[in-house]
Design a protein around this ligand. Structure first.
Ligand code: AMP
Length: 462
């Protein structure tokens, strides 16, 4: 069935629905500039708020920003409107590993390749204090070259969320794949729990069915608690030995990732030239720029990579989210967002904002310098109380017609700066400002809600 397409934030043409979770819908989409395929995960902010999942989403965002590995689904950018958050993700064309397994068991070579890739991804995350905690075939996707991509960090917990005993305390994950210590609601070591789930995935790939299964949930938990499983006769002795060490109910004596790597079965056919931490991918964003290389810690594009020195930096939605009430992710923002700068949004193109700032500088007898991409410096001519006053005005692009401008004092006296800002600059900017930070906010015009393709369809139905 033909689905009418919709362009999201002038950047992505949304296509068919790929999948659905409790709080999110995942759509196929294409970049309007580079034509690159992406997957867009649409999360309903309202549902998240009602379910008290704000913290979890914050965590998902911060986790995804920490992780960059060829076997971990990459998050390119985040966008948001007042009611929705959009995660722009690497598109996994091969779909779920689960689909392959549900058609029948995999042969040992194929299962080994996926297991090696899974262990590489999990090891990489663990080294960064990130635990997946919901490893299962549905969260294991494949790209067009049949390489594994671990997805869905919604249930991840960062190392910081450990309690004083250094153990994680939330029970989550899918029963058939979770470790006994997770079910028992004891504090648990996220790394050891993930290793157990990897063992269940390995068993499922080779057997075509679950190691711990029972129509009675209590009975299933009992089997998990005792690690009561039986390998089918086609399992090789090497893989049996490895599985017994992974599916060990005692997390303290359960095999570590380092030891898994050393096992005969794991090493077979592996190219050992690359150690896990070396294999970071050069990620090219859907808009064709190398996102990982160009952004500095503040999310601003660095000057060195800039060809057009005046094009403003683009914002990746952390800022947009902060503009919508009730879902303030400011805690995730980098340091520049935590300082007390004056910020405003404008519906004008960057060229108009720049002209206005130039006009104001002239009026106030300030020198104006265009320093780098989207950054202007307004400087006093005369020495003030604490030297020459210098104000930075930085323009970030949200869409070509919606910008965020941040103004802050970079030199000189604070009182002098506050006075000129309040009495001269703010009033002079009046006709280009849409809203100043801290004032009552409205929904940006370019970011207004539009129905998603399936919603349009539903609405068209009689
Ligand atoms: P999630 O809410 O992340 O579990 O996603 C729900 C389903 O959408 C998954 O099980 C996949 O079938 C599909 N899906 C999610 N992300 C992607 C992606 N990046 N590429 C292709 N399909 C995806």
């Amino acid at each position: 069935m033909e689905i009418s397409s919709k362009v999201l934030m002038q950047k992505y043409e949304l296509g068919r629905l790929l999948g659905q979770g409790t709080f999110a819908k995942v759509y196929y989409a294409r970049s309007t500039t580079t034509n690159q395929s992406v997957a867009i995960k649409v999360i309903d902010k309202d549902k998240i708020l009602k379910a008290g999942l704000v913290e979890q989403i914050k965590r998902e965002i911060s986790v995804m920003r920490l992780v960059r590995h060829p076997n971990v689904l990459h998050l390119y950018e985040i966008m948001a409107t007042k009611s929705k958050i959009y995660f722009v993700l690497e598109y996994a064309k091969g779909g779920e590993l689960f689909d392959m397994v549900s058609k029948g068991k995999l042969n040992e070579e194929v299962a080994r390749k996926y297991f090696q890739q899974l262990v590489n991804a999990v090891d990489y995350c663990h080294c960064r204090g990130v635990y997946h905690r919901d490893i299962k075939p549905e969260n294991l996707l494949l790209d067009e070259n049949k390489n594994l991509k671990v997805s869905d960090f919604g249930l991840s917990a960062l190392a910081e969320s450990k309690r004083q005993d250094g153990l994680l305390h939330t029970t989550c994950g899918t029963p058939a794949y979770v470790a006994p210590e997770v079910i028992e609601r004891k504090g648990y070591d996220g790394a050891k729990a993930d290793i157990w789930s990897c063992g269940v995935v390995l068993f499922v790939m080779l057997a075509g069915y679950l190691p711990f299964h029972d129509s009675n949930l209590i009975e299933m938990y009992r089997k998990i608690g005792k690690a009561e499983f039986k390998c089918p006769n086609w399992f090789s002795p090497e893989v049996r030995r490895l599985l017994v060490k992974i599916l060990n109910p005692d997390p303290n004596t359960r095999i570590s990732i380092a030891k898994i790597r050393q096992s005969y079965w794991f090493k077979k056919g592996l190219n050992t030239r690359h150690t896990n931490t070396e294999v970071e991918e050069k990620i090219v964003s859907p808009s064709g720029t190398n996102a990982s290389d160009q952004r500095d810690n503040s999310g601003r594009l660095s000057a060195e990579t800039s060809q057009e020195s005046l094009r403003p930096s683009s914002l990746n939605a952390f800022d947009i989210i902060s503009f919508s009430t009730g879902f303030n992710l400011s805690g995730l923002f980098e340091s520049s967002f935590q300082k007390k700068e004056a910020k405003f949004t404008s519906k004008q193109p960057a060229s108009v904002i720049i002209s206005k700032l130039e006009e104001i500088a002239k009026l106030l007898r300030l020198k104006i310098k265009k320093v780098e991409r989207g950054l202007l410096k307004l400087e006093g001519i005369k020495e003030g109380r604490k030297g020459i006053l210098s104000i930075d005005a930085e323009i970030f692009e949200v869409t070509p017609y919606f910008h965020l401008v941040e103004m802050k004092k970079s030199d000189g006296d604070t009182l002098e700066y506050q006075k000129i800002l309040k009495e001269d600059i703010r009033p002079a900017l009046q006709d280009i400002v849409w809203v100043w930070q801290g004032e009552k906010q409205r929904e940006p015009p370019q970011l207004q809600e539009q129905p998603l393709p399936h919603e349009q369809q539903q609405q068209q139905q009689p």
